[in-house]
Design a protein around this ligand. Sequence first.
Ligand SMILES: Nc1ncnc2c1ncn2[C@@H]1O[C@H](COP(=O)(O)OP(=O)(O)OP(=O)(O)O)[C@@H](O)[C@H]1O
Ligand SMILES: O=P(O)(O)OC[C@H]1O[C@H](OP(=O)(O)OP(=O)(O)O)[C@H](O)[C@@H]1O
Length: 306
Amino acid sequence: MAAAYINTSLPDVSDRMLFAVPKKGRLYDQCLGLLNNIGIEFNRKPRHDIALVSNMPIALVFLPAADIATYVAKGNIDIGITGLDIIRESQTENDVAELMRLGFGKCKLQVQVPVASGHVRTAADLVGKRIVTSFINLTRQRFAELEGVADPAQIRTQVRFVSGSVEAACGLGLADGIVDLVESGDTMRAAGLHAIDTIVDTESVLITNKAPRFPRLADTIKQRVEGILTARRYVLCQYNIRRPDLERACHVTPGRQAPTVTPLEQDGWVAVSVMIEKRSLADNMDALKDVGATDILVLDIVNARA
Ligand SMILES: Nc1ncnc2c1ncn2[C@@H]1O[C@H](COP(=O)(O)OP(=O)(O)OP(=O)(O)O)[C@@H](O)[C@H]1O
Ligand SMILES: O=P(O)(O)OC[C@H]1O[C@H](OP(=O)(O)OP(=O)(O)O)[C@H](O)[C@@H]1O
């Protein structure tokens, strides 16, 4: 179905790519930061779930994260940001194209039980018992595997839906175990629970419909996001080194493609400029010093385009 936002009190958005963003919750702030970094300018009026982008033919649509994959899969929305867990739960993985992983919203969907129920050590020990979750489909699929039945509708385990605060279900007597997201583990521990199985490792993703209406615009968004993620991952390192030591230095800092090497006015010396992953920066700086590099400078990258 072609995307079209039907609301007569709003401007016509039929010529705009509809871009869905979580309207609240864990992904909201990160998504707004990303939109800002990729140069998307908009003004969202209070209570309005749609905002026109002033500098691109895009309309942002603010939706619950849990519904975004369904809208994109059905073609009512062209592009969106949501979690891998939501794509799996809404059974839309075959109907959406995953453009890229975004590196935030990382957590695990886990089976959890009260620490006090020491006899329950694996998820298999919960077969036939009561499970409470917001992820009904993934939970049923997991227990279908454990029970050895092909059809998740046939499982003996009782899986019940709650919409939030899932961690309260065991303490309140509604469940013997829960299936919920865990990041730091603080929520789980505060509720006296511990994890006994992982169903999904998730993070946020940029997705489109498989037959996008605006493929070039979607590609522009993808490239801009890639640039921001690269800028967040790398720093620019500059140093001076004697030419005979250059090869060893380049071994330490090979760069994404290759280092830029420029002769210095001082005979026999060159300046090197190269991208380094932030996570290996300290080790690389030590190693550069060891091979004779001097005046090592590290600069933040604001944006990048490979
Ligand atoms: N603790 C977390 N750490 C990282 N990512 C998370 C965490 N909790 C949820 N997410 C990711 O964010 C998505 C939306 O979860 P969230 O709990 O924000 O949903 P919501 O129901 O829209 O918001 P709220 O909980 O405020 O009602 C999840 O599907 C998951 O991909
Ligand atoms: O391991 P942690 O870092 O504690 O994070 C896990 C919690 O985060 C999510 O809930 P959220 O706080 O978004 O609210 P919700 O319970 O209303 O979904 C998830 O459902 C857990 O409850």
